[in-house]
Write a protein that binds this ligand. Structure first.
Ligand SMILES: [Zn+2]
Length: 46
């Protein structure tokens, strides 16, 4: 994840927020959220 403002590598926080990964730019402090991929859906049982 790269900061769209200063193009700096963002740091991922361990804590998730609403099932979204939180990224913080060490340079400008901008916070960005990345949606976590939902779990792989199981095959439909029939
Ligand atoms: Zn930044």
């Amino acid at each position: 994840m790269i900061c769209p403002r200063c193009k700096a590598a963002m740091i991922e926080l361990k804590r998730t927020f609403h099932k979204q990964r939180k990224w913080v730019c060490p340079d400008c402090g901008r916070i960005r959220f990345q949606k976590v991929r939902p779990p792989v859906p199981r095959r439909p049982t029939r």
